[in-house]
Design a protein around this ligand. Structure first.
Ligand code: MN
Length: 384
């Protein structure tokens, strides 16, 4: 069986106020679909975060619809799951009906978690689709009373689904999780506030290949056959140096998976440009005009009037201007602001409480805040 492993499409994403759907369309319809055709793949596997949010814009839904239609037309199967950005129920929509067209979606956990069994030239392959396994959802789906952390939640679901296994066939897992040791990027929304969302990679050892989503930097996770494909595109400036693409996986008759990374090239790159304003403005050889999505780091010590518009003449898709060398006070304030932006709501709340009362939150209070925030994040994803 040969398939493409991809993840974290984040369809409908806005990047510094810019609508990325047109770029996403070019990569998916213009590169990924032709690749699937040329490589004669049997399936495309998307490991969560199909959409950027629970209620995606219509253009994003249309694009995904078009992609699924194309795959069905070409008789290429599609397997996809909900990530932490997707709405469980909305992503689950139509999943029973679409099976007949070779489209296998799972947005919601259930207490069965039975795999999809498909046939290749060597026999049956079980595909285990694990939508985002947030502890609260796992408890609700499996009817578990006691508290679970991320790792226990994952273990429980995987254990339960493997118990349903019919015979000893080859298997693939598709999941959206943070595996311990992984390298993260700025554009991922943290899975857990406070506590750890880490899951040890070895729980995926029973599978011949594990297609992971969540981390936007392509990487292996503890073993060669447990992998993150990385996101479809660069979704933050700290991803500027990352290579984006998808993984072409071949599963042989013995269950051995070999993989090859295939780059996907966006119509606009995301990059950082550094320099003095005078150089950037005057030196076209070193700073060629470009329609890329650019963040400019100005090395000047003083503010330049109307700099954003001046730079836009060179970089029409300029997103952001930084002054790292601006006088000390300003820099300090900017750094403080940046540091605060990186804190989780839970930490911010605890700090605020401590600032106001002079005492830290009691463990019990901390647990209440944690629970409330989890509920809010959940509601946000399922927002009407
Ligand atoms: Mn993601």
């Amino acid at each position: 069986m040969r398939f493409i492993h991809t993840a974290d499409w984040h369809l409908g994403r806005y990047f510094h106020g810019m609508h990325l759907t047109a770029d996403q369309r070019e990569i998916i319809m213009g590169q990924l679909v032709p690749l699937a055709q040329e490589e004669k793949v049997d399936a495309v596997v998307i490991a969560g975060d199909i959409y950027d949010r629970g209620v995606p814009p219509v253009e994003a839904v249309d694009l995904f619809d078009e992609f699924l239609m194309k795959m069905a037309e070409m008789h290429i199967k599609v397997f996809y799951i909900a990530g932490n950005h997707d709405s469980e129920s909305r992503l689950n929509f139509g999943s029973q009906l679409m099976k007949a067209s070779g489209i296998f979606a799972r947005g919601r956990l259930d207490d069965e978690m039975a795999p999809v069994v498909v046939e290749d030239d060597f026999g049956p392959v079980a595909v285990y689709l694990y939508p985002y396994m947030e502890p609260a959802s796992v408890r609700a789906a499996l009817g578990v009373e006691k508290a679970l952390d991320f790792e226990q939640a994952h273990e429980l679901v995987i254990e339960r689904s493997l118990a349903k296994r019919a015979g000893n066939m080859r298997s693939i897992a598709v999941a959206h999780a943070f595996l311990a040791g992984g390298l993260s990027s700025d554009s991922e929304r943290p899975l857990a506030v406070g506590g750890s969302s880490n899951v040890r990679p070895s729980i995926f050892r029973p599978f011949c290949y594990t297609a992971l989503g969540h981390l936007h930097n392509p990487q292996r996770a503890g073993a060669d056959h447990i992998r993150y494909s990385g996101s479809l595109m660069k979704y933050s400036f700290d991803e500027a140096e990352q290579k984006k693409g998808c993984i072409l996986v071949d599963l042989d008759g013995t269950g051995r998976a070999t993989q090859q990374f295939v780059p996907l090239v966006p119509p606009h790159d995301v990059r950082r440009v550094r320099g003095l304003f005078a150089d950037i403005e005057g030196d076209r050889a070193s700073y060629p005009q470009s329609e890329d999505y650019v963040e400019v780091e100005l090395l000047d010590r003083g503010i330049i009037l109307d700099v954003f518009n001046k730079l836009k003449a060179i970089y029409p898709n300029l997103m952001h201007v930084l002054y790292p060398n601006l006088q000390r006070e300003g820099t300090m304030r900017e750094q403080e602001g940046q540091a605060v932006l990186k804190l989780t709501e839970e930490t911010l709340f605890s700090q605020y409480y401590e600032d106001m009362t002079g005492e830290p939150l009691a463990e019990e209070q901390q647990a209440i805040i944690h629970g409330c925030l989890q509920e809010i994040y959940r509601e946000e994803r399922e927002a009407k």
